[in-house]
Design a protein around this ligand. Structure first.
Ligand code: ZN
Length: 266
C-alpha cells in the first residue's frame, strides 16, 4: 500500500448506487472494525456522497470519476473521525445541526499515532489534524434532497452521537451510518439507551410500512435486511442480562461485551 491507487474498493451495487470501501483495520485495528463504507448515489443531474472516510488518501478523484458532470452534495452521517477525514477536499459539507460546530473545527486525530499500522505515518503531512470544509451547512430531521428521479430524506437518529443521521431514499435504501451495523457497535452510556432504542425503533417502523427495503450501514456488511435492526434493538435492550460478562477495553477507556450478533463498546 505505498500509493493510494488501490486503497479504495469501489463496488457498483446498482445503476445509481456505488459503495466506496476502505479498511479501517488497516489504519488502526484497535477500533475492532474491518470496513468503513462510503456511499455515492447518482441522480440524473446531481449526486450525493455519504461520508468522506478516513482522509488517509485523497477521496475526491475517485468520486469525480464516478459522478462525471453531475453536481455533488456531500453529507456526513456524523462527525467522528472515520466519517469526515476528507471533508477538506469538498467546499461544502452537510451535517446534522447538533454537530455543525464540531465539524466546523479542526479535529485532532493524534490517537492514531500509536496504531500498529505504519500507514498512519501518512497523517504526519496533516500533523494528525483534519481541517474542516470551507462551509458547513446544518441538517434537520425531515430535510429532503432531490437528485432528479431519486430523493433522499434525512432522519435524525441520535444515540451513537448526538447528531447521528440516517438517510432514506425514495427507492427504499436506508443508510444507517453508525446507528446500526454488524460488528462492533459503539454505544452511548446506559442512561442514553432509551435515546438509541428510540432511534432504532423509528428505523424499524420504516420497514413495517414497507418504505424501507434494505440497509446500507457505514461499517461492515451492506445490503442487509431489517433483522439487523431487530437484532440490535433486542441486543441493546438485553445488555443488562450480559452485563456481568463485560471486560475493560483500555484503548477506549470503555467496557466491551458481546452477544451472538454484536460486540458492544460502552
Ligand atoms: Zn464510524
Amino acid at each position: 500500500m505505498s500509493n493510494g491507487n488501490d486503497w479504495f474498493e469501489v463496488i457498483k451495487q446498482k445503476e445509481y448506487l456505488y459503495i466506496i470501501r476502505e479498511r479501517l483495520d488497516e489504519i488502526d485495528p484497535r477500533f475492532l472494525t474491518t470496513y468503513t463504507n462510503l456511499y455515492l448515489i447518482l441522480g440524473p443531474d446531481k449526486a450525493l456522497l455519504i461520508d468522506t472516510g478516513s482522509g488517509l488518501f485523497p477521496l475526491k478523484p475517485t468520486v469525480d470519476k464516478l459522478i462525471e458532470k453531475r453536481e455533488l452534495l456531500v453529507i456526513n452521517t456524523h462527525s467522528h473521525f472515520d466519517h469526515r477525514g476528507s471533508n477538506d477536499e469538498f467546499e461544502t459539507i452537510f451535517i446534522h445541526e447538533n454537530e455543525v460546530k464540531n465539524a466546523s473545527m479542526p479535529f485532532d486525530i493524534s490517537i492514531l499515532k500509536d496504531s500498529s499500522k505504519k500507514i498512519v505515518n501518512r497523517y504526519s503531512n496533516k500533523k494528525f489534524i483534519y481541517q474542516p470544509s470551507i462551509t458547513v451547512e446544518p441538517l434537520k430531521d425531515g430535510d429532503r434532497f432531490d437528485l432528479g428521479d431519486i430523493s433522499v430524506e434525512i432522519i435524525h437518529t441520535p444515540g451513537h452521537s448526538i447528531g447521528s443521521i440516517s438517510l432514506l431514499t425514495s427507492k427504499g435504501e436506508l443508510f444507517t451510518g453508525d446507528t446500526a451495523h454488524y460488528g462492533t457497535m459503539y454505544l452511548p452510556k446506559k442512561k442514553e439507551f432509551p435515546m438509541i432504542l428510540n432511534s432504532i425503533s423509528r428505523l424499524k417502523d420504516l420497514f413495517d410500512v414497507n418504505i424501507a427495503q434494505e440497509i446500507y450501514p457505514s461499517h461492515e456488511q451492506f445490503a442487509v435486511g431489517r433483522e439487523l435492526l431487530d437484532n440490535l434493538y433486542d441486543g441493546i435492550n438485553n445488555i443488562e442480562n450480559i452485563w456481568d460478562s463485560k471486560e475493560r477495553y483500555k484503548f477506549l477507556r470503555a467496557w466491551i461485551l458481546e452477544d451472538d450478533n454484536f460486540k458492544y463498546i460502552i
